[in-house]
Design a binder for this molecule. Structure first.
Ligand SMILES: [Zn+2]
Length: 102
C-alpha cells in the first residue's frame, strides 16, 4: 500500500500507417493531453518514423482501429511517409491493394 506512482500510466501508441501497436510509453497521468493525441515516433513494423495515435484505454484502441479500418488515417499516413522519405521506393510499399488504379 501507499504506492506513490499510480499517477504514471502506460499508454500505447498505434501507428497510423499500419495500425499496429508500437512501443508503449509511461506518461504522468495528471498531464492530460486531448484524446487522440499524436506522437511522431518510430514504428518497428513500418521501419519509419510515422505519426502514432495515443491510446490510453481499450476504448480508445477500439476507436482507433475502427478509424484505421475506415481509412481515416490513410492520407495522413501516406503524406507522412512521403515527407519522411521523398522517395519513389515507397510506392512499391503502398501498391498492395489497389492494382489497376492508374
Ligand atoms: Zn507502422
Amino acid at each position: 500500500m501507499g504506492k506513490n506512482c499510480r499517477d504514471w500510466d502506460t499508454v500505447d501508441f498505434y501507428c497510423i500507417n499500419c495500425g499496429n501497436k508500437s512501443i508503449p510509453l509511461a506518461r504522468a497521468g495528471n498531464k492530460r493531453k486531448g484524446k487522440g493525441h499524436r506522437k511522431n515516433m518510430y514504428c518497428p513494423t513500418c521501419r519509419h518514423t510515422v505519426n502514432h495515435v495515443e491510446c490510453r484505454n481499450i476504448y480508445e484502441v477500439e476507436e482507433f482501429l475502427e478509424d484505421f479500418k475506415n481509412g481515416v488515417y490513410q492520407d495522413e499516413a501516406r503524406a507522412e511517409l512521403e515527407y519522411e522519405e521523398g522517395n519513389p521506393r515507397l510506392s512499391a510499399l503502398c501498391s498492395g491493394g489497389s492494382a489497376g488504379v492508374r
